[in-house]
Ligand binder design. Structure first.
Ligand code: SAM
Length: 352
């Protein structure tokens, strides 16, 4: 199947190597969570979604089953639906079944094989729909394929609370990119996980069967496969911990012993008990997420939650971009002091 591919295999390996060595070279070692998702990682993630402890997928699916018709009405007819981090597109099917004449569905994912397999199945199941997969990092610039006919509107769909993997600044930057991509009046439908009992959160990221542990350790196995590294997986342990002051679950790989590992010939030393932070999963309040989105030019219009308000699906619209002409009409002789007051961020008459 043809897919729009952003970047060659060699360039991808070079970027993976650079990101891995840069993260492992920090005083507090980190690895970017996007590298969880090779073919093996995507399969393991699907297994996580089916776990009793992993409430997010089940809960988000429940919200979609109850409200997908309303969500589809918000997106409107003849929409171009672009999904960030589409995975197996399971939730998307509930929307696709209800959308009025969507122009095309563009699943965007970094996990190439999994993306192509999913897109092929979707094409068989939705023969009248243009399914146009794009293999790309959604946090970096990427091109969209040309749809078969003009769209009435663009919408970005971003389920799974994947937005929670980003720091505040990175989340705002990503959401700004979404606002630019859909344009003024464009739509954004996002799954956002909400704050809850830390015990439930830690269980969700550290299941009894050890599937999440295998998913986390696959990152080391992937470096062994692709970066000529020699991690001994038996010498690392999975750990998930709720960090209240940052409102997030952190996943770590903890070195059980003092050891030196080689990554493409570069030695990386670990003290006993030292960890690599592999994922942040921020949990939001509804107000907190609305404030974050507003900084990116996105306004929350509808929020659906489950009965216990554990998870939310939110519909947002992009504001019109700031009008430059208005700023230019300001008299040139206004003292800088007055301009600063008039345009101060958060003030009543902001420039944007
Ligand atoms: C938490 S899973 C969610 C999957 C699916 N959307 C769901 O709701 O079940 C994150 C998905 O985003 C993809 N992904 C993660 N980081 C990415 C990135 N930077 N660019 C593109 N895809 C990414 C992964 O391959 C994976 O399919």
């Amino acid at each position: 199947m043809a897919a729009l591919l952003n970047g060659s295999g060699d360039a991808e390996r070079a970027r993976f190597r650079e990101d891995a060595l840069s993260g492992l070279g920090q005083p507090r070692k980190t690895l970017p969570c996007k590298y969880f998702y090779d073919a093996e990682g995507s399969k393991l993630f699907d297994q996580i979604c089916a776990l009793r402890e992993y409430y997010p997928t089940r809960t988000e699916l429940g919200i979609l089953r109850a409200h997908a018709s309303e969500m589809a009405r918000c997106l409107g007819p003849d929409v171009l639906l672009v999904e960030y981090g589409s995975g197996s597109s399971v939730k998307t099917r509930l929307l696709l079944d209800r959308l009025a004449q969507p122009v095309a569905y563009v699943p965007v994912d970094i996990s190439r094989e999994h993306l192509l397999e999913t897109a092929l199945t979707l094409r068989l199941d939705y023969p009248d729909l243009a399914v146009l997969p794009v293999c790309a990092d959604f946090a970096a610039p990427f091109a969209l394929p040309r749809p078969p006919r003009p769209a009435a509107r663009r919408a970005v769909y971003f389920p799974g609370s994947t937005i929670g993997n980003f720091s505040e600044a990175a989340a705002v930057a990503l959401l700004r990119g979404v606002a630019r991509r859909v344009g003024a009046g464009g739509a954004f439908l996002v799954g956002v996980d909400l704050k809850k009992d830390p015990r439930e959160l830690e269980r969700a990221y550290d299941d009894a069967r050890g599937v999440t542990a295998a998913f986390n350790l696959n990152l080391l196995a992937r470096m062994n496969r692709e970066l000529d590294a020699d991690f001994d997986l038996r010498r690392f342990r999975h750990r998930a911990v709720w960090v209240e002051e940052a409102s997030r679950v952190e996943m770590h790989l903890v070195s059980e012993v003092e050891q030196t590992v080689s990554v493409d010939g570069v030695p990386v030393r670990f003290a006993r008990g030292e960890s690599i932070c592999t994922e942040h999963s921020h949990k939001y309040t509804l107000d907190g997420f609305a404030r974050l989105a507003a900084r990116a030019g996105l306004a929350v219009r509808r929020v659906w939650t489950d009965r216990r308000a554990r998870f939310s699906v939110q519909y947002l619209e992009a504001h019109a971009p700031p009008r430059r002409a208005r700023a230019r009409r300001q008299p040139l002789n206004v003292p800088a002091r007055d301009l600063a007051t008039r345009f101060r961020p958060g003030g009543s008459s902001r420039a944007r």
